[in-house]
Design a protein around this ligand. Structure first.
Ligand SMILES: Cc1ncc(COP(=O)(O)O)c(C=O)c1O
Length: 398
């Protein structure tokens, strides 16, 4: 096998420069542990941005994937397959919704939610087509398509990609009054992350989602929760909206739904909303394919059976309590819910990340000054303690 250095050089030579990965090559993963070509072990505390809630290569998910690969992998939606119905039923029951529309990446699910809301605005609310507006929040992260970056406030994600898609209004995150003020007769939806992940694990004030729910209901607009990163137990509840007993009109889901094996995403909502779709009005060759559906179905079974929400809640509380013991005046905040945790510094976090990785903990800064800690939900207490020892050493100001 090539060395880490050689692998990085080849990737940089032939791969496009749209990422700047940390100088670690992962060649094998098992639960919360990742291995490099030199056989070094790391505690994975990023979990592929929460896609690895089940850890690397969960044995049951791998067995399900293997069995399905040997049976049937792809039909397209030109024909039915035997598993899609089971997958949709399981996700509908998990979200408490009537209908599910499967896609692949998180961005595609967000696009699907935008299309759903716009069509609903036109067909159900009678808004003139082309006039539909969706309200979003500053510092949002919903993906990378042209329409999605059109509603982004991150210049680095936007610059040079115009013309941008119109129809979005940006308001301050965490401010329910700003939401009410931004609503017009053409508003169809409010699209929000229950916790802003990429923005730096920004937890909104308590009661924000509840107020947003009330405002959306009062004005007859859809509340769309982008739970691509927060969903499937990451924050200590099955979905982060549940922390405030809020039921969004549309769930946008992805990442962990694919069990860390396949890109699997979906939108879930009730029939009065999803019935705006008609044959041919939306779709994807790979969305709902039998392999993805089998893995997603198994992932949901494991999630509920093993009570991942409780695991994330308890382990997250333990993790945060240990992080709070670290003495460093450059740490200005430690926040999060469940196992979605941010440590914010008053200075650039990159040198601290370097020390973490050198010590054997995989983590990455987001928005320069915040390090996200989001280990797989299945991480053991022993692994957490060993990882926390490294974290303590790396983040303490000596
Ligand atoms: C909240 C949220 N929405 C959407 C996405 C986009 O998902 P994907 O990268 O699978 O397109 C992400 C990815 O980080 C996300 O965090």
């Amino acid at each position: 096998m090539l060395s880490s250095k050689e692998i990085i050089a080849k990737t940089q030579k032939y791969g496009t420069n749209n990422y700047q990965p940390k100088e670690v090559v992962i060649v094998k993963g098992e639960g919360a542990i990742a291995y490099d070509p030199e056989g070094r072990e790391y505690f994975d505390m990023l979990s592929a941005y929460s896609a690895l809630n089940f850890g690397h290569c969960h044995p049951e998910l791998v067995a399900t994937a293997k069995a399905q690969i040997e049976t049937l992998t792809l039909t397209s939606r030109a024909f039915h397959n035997a598993i899609l119905g089971d997958f949709c039923e399981a996700l509908a029951k998990l979200t408490g919704k009537d209908k599910v529309l499967p896609m692949n990446s998180g961005a595609e699910a967000v696009e699907t939610a935008i299309k759903t809301a716009r069509r609903w605005g036109h067909m159900v609310k009678g808004i003139e087509n082309g006039k539909q507006e969706i309200i979003v929040c500053r510092n949002n992260f919903h993906g990378r398509t042209v329409t999605i970056i059109s509603m982004s406030t991150d210049e680095n994600a936007r610059i040079g990609y115009g013309p941008y898609t119109p129809g979005f209004k940006v308001i301050e995150y965490g401010n329910a009054e700003a939401l009410e003020e931004a609503i017009t007769p053409n508003t169809v939806a409010f699209l929000v992350e229950p916790i802003q992940g990429e923005a730096g694990i920004i937890v909104p004030p308590a009661g924000y989602l509840k107020k947003a729910r009330e405002i959306c209901t009062k004005h007859g607009i859809l509340l769309i929760a982008d739970e691509v990163q927060t969903g499937f137990a990451r924050t200590g509840k099955l979905f982060a909206c549940m922390h405030e007993d809020v039921e969004p009109d549309i769930y946008v889901l992805g990442k962990a739904l694919g069990g860390g094996i396949m890109p699997v995403s979906a939108v879930a909502a009730n029939a009065d909303i999803m019935d705006v779709f008609t044959p041919g009005s939306h779709g994807s060759t790979f969305g709902g394919n039998p392999l993805a559906a089998a893995i997603g179905l198994k992932a949901m079974e494991i999630l509920v059976r093993d009570n991942y929400a409780k695991m994330a809640e308890e382990k997250g509380a333990y993790f945060i309590s240990k992080l709070k013991e670290i003495e460093n005046p450059e740490i200005i905040d430690i926040r999060g819910k469940g196992l979605l945790i941010g440590v914010e510094f008053s200075v650039s976090a990159a040198p601290y990340v370097y020390k973490l990785i050198k010590g054997g903990v995989l983590a990455k800064e987001t928005h320069e000054r915040t390090i996200r800690f989001a280990p797989p939900v299945i991480i053991t207490y022993g692994q957490m303690d060993a990882g926390l020892k490294i974290i303590k050493e790396a983040l303490t100001k000596h």
